[in-house]
Design a protein around this ligand. Structure first.
Ligand SMILES: *Cc1c(COP(=O)(O)O)cnc(C)c1O
Length: 477
């Protein structure tokens, strides 16, 4: 006992020391390690230990053999996917969460956990400008938030009989509606919820990759006439490829008229709604039935924290509430037991991270950082527009820039242009200053650059641009 008690303090000091020097090490580490499969761990001792080792040895092994094989998402040059940078407040709360190790399954299992989840998700709701009718619950990620949002939709459409009997013969098939740019987690959730991929109907997009509301309305009417049962419409605010913002005000009107559940996936882009100047892009999202926002992306929480907002939480409870005798408490009538609203029983105290980060940054802090990201992206985009050879196949409503490079004066086939841009991306990432990732727009290979990391300043963007221009220049030669 005494030994572990002492080690607790040592572990905290060692971890704090590491975190403090991490960024000095990052200066010399590449943004993306250049490794082949199987090489990531170097000479790491992989024999199973018989006797335990001191914490110092464990830290040394990590520094020496594991860290060099890691893609460090906290790296300042990380501009791939959608960022998840962990703030100092996240580090502090992670240590507090582990030191106390509460399982926030119901109110009694951690009273402050249940009550703080109400407060912290309420703060997030206010930051985003959503009305008080929305109630929030924390899940591990956007994928699970959206899964639970659509499970609530299924409960509303099929009613309580479904949870007891499952699918019944003769039941009309359910259908869901999204664009081809919806995140893959939407299709996965609908597969798991028994809807089936062929019942996810692609709605056409406009030239900016946004859902066309008229096409949605037409499809809904056609499907109802044909005997299908619409389960939900999934609109995305900030698609993964290019942060397209579906016109949710018009989509919400169509859903309201048809009586169809509207789920909005704003996992990455949601926090931009903290800025008044971005609110027009979100107009109408307050009419949704459920909304996914990931504070572990653009609000600098460490993984893994996503919030699902629900207009009528009773449907989620209806879908998942099941209390065995050993979990009943005297308070069940008076409190929110969060495990009633989802698949898992055990729940980490993630509300603490949300609470700590909102206290750390404040509304103004978030507005300043996200505002800076938008400015940096606008400036970089305008440089790209002015540079011969750069093609920008999508608008930049926020801070994700999609680009392709086509050497001026050379006629390339579509395939050759794709191959050239694949080579360009590889060269950029190999240079080590910046890590970018690809997508496809209109079927064409496209490079994405995301400015959404806590450490993204002018210097990193400048370095990224220099790298891109140099690598493109070398391809020209
Ligand atoms: C990141 C993201 C997701 C997936 O979230 P996870 O937390 O990785 O599960 C879903 N949808 C969108 C739009 C995203 O940006």
């Amino acid at each position: 006992m005494g030994e572990y008690k002492e080690d607790f303090g040592r572990a905290g000091r060692l971890a704090a020391g590491f975190a403090q020097t991490l960024f000095e090490q990052l200066e010399v580490l590449p943004a993306l390690p250049r490794l082949e499969p199987g090489q990531a761990l170097g000479a790491l001792e992989t024999g199973l230990p018989e006797e335990g080792l001191p914490l110092e040895d464990i830290l040394a092994g990590f520094r020496e053999h594991i860290l060099p094989g890691m893609t460090v998402w906290n790296h300042p040059g990380f501009m791939a996917y959608f960022n998840s940078t962990a703030s100092p407040a996240s580090l502090l709360s992670e240590i507090l969460i582990t030191a106390t190790n509460a399982n926030c399954m119901n109110w009694l299992s951690c009273p402050a956990g249940a009550e703080l989840e109400e407060i912290a998700t309420g703060w997030l709701r206010q930051l985003l400008g959503l009305p008080g009718v929305f109630w929030g619950i924390i899940f591990e990620g956007g994928s699970l938030s959206s899964f639970h949002g659509m499970a609530a939709a299924r409960e509303k459409v099929l009613g309580p009989a479904f949870r007891e009997q499952g699918w019944q013969p003769g039941q009309p098939p359910l259908r869901a509606y999204a664009t081809a740019h919806a995140h893959s987690s939407i299709a996965k959730a609908l597969m798991a919820l028994g809807v089936g991929r062929q019942n996810i109907i692609d709605i056409a997009v406009d030239e900016a990759f946004r859902m066309q509301p008229e096409a949605l309305g037409k499809q809904l009417r056609k499907d109802v006439e044909a005997g299908f049962r619409p389960l939900c419409v999934i609109a995305t605010l900030g698609t993964t490829s290019c942060t397209a913002m579906d016109p949710v005000a018009d989509i919400a009107d169509i859903c309201q008229e048809a009586g169809t559940w509207l789920h909005i996936d704003a996992a990455h882009a949601g926090p931009a709604a903290i800025l008044e100047s971005c609110r027009p892009l979100f107009r109408g999202w307050e009419k949704a039935d459920s909304i996914t926002v990931n504070p572990h992306k653009w609000m600098f929480l460490s993984l893994d924290t996503s919030v699902l907002f629900l207009r009528e939480r009773r449907y989620l409870r209806g879908a998942f509430s099941l209390t065995p005798d050993y979990l009943k408490t005297a308070y069940d009538e008076q409190v929110t037991n969060y495990y009633d609203y989802g698949l898992t029983l055990g729940r980490r105290f993630k509300a603490l991270k949300l609470w700590a980060n909102i206290r750390y940054f404040g509304r103004q802090g978030y507005a300043r950082i996200i505002g800076r990201h938008l400015e940096l992206a606008a400036a970089l985009r305008s440089r790209m527009e002015k540079t011969p050879g750069f093609e920008l196949p999508a608008p930049t409503p926020l801070s994700t820039i999609c680009f392709r490079y086509l050497p001026p004066g050379r006629q390339l086939s579509a395939q050759a242009a794709d191959a050239l841009n694949e080579k360009l991306l590889e060269a950029i990432n190999r240079a080590g200053k910046v890590f970018l990732s690809p997508t496809r727009l209109n079927g064409r290979f496209t490079i994405r650059l995301v400015i959404a990391g806590l450490w993204a300043e002018e210097k990193q963007v400048e370095e990224a641009w220099e790298t891109i221009v140099q690598c493109a220049g070398r391809l020209d030669a």
